[in-house]
Design a binder for this molecule. Structure first.
Ligand SMILES: [Zn+2]
Ligand SMILES: [Zn+2]
Length: 96
């Protein structure tokens, strides 16, 4: 499929916007670090599952999943300056 000059320009603008976002917030362009995260307010474990597993974020919201409705306290916190992902357990790669 041939791309028109206008399409090419639009694609370039999107790429440049992505690069500018990464320069402004470098953590966005990098994979999150898997960590066992607990809410500092209520102690509930925070798991990033479903769409949040793929969504790179630094601020975590203590919410209703996966322990059922009403289990999250709604606290929003940022454990580190880098993006993190709440997992059940941290699995380290095997040393070679
Ligand atoms: Zn909480
Ligand atoms: Zn999270």
């Amino acid at each position: 499929m041939m791309r028109s000059a206008a399409d090419e320009l639009r694609a370039q603008r999107v790429r440049i916007a992505e690069l500018e976002a990464i320069i402004a917030e470098p953590w966005r362009g990098r994979a999150p670090v898997d960590l066992v995260l607990h809410c500092p307010n209520c102690g509930k474990q925070h798991l990033d599952i479903g769409e949040f597993e793929r969504r790179v974020h630094r601020k975590h919201l203590c919410e209703d999943t996966p322990g059922g409705p009403g289990t999250g306290c709604g606290h929003l916190w940022k454990p580190f300056e880098h993006a993190t992902r709440g997992v059940l357990e941290v699995i380290l790669p095997e040393e070679s």
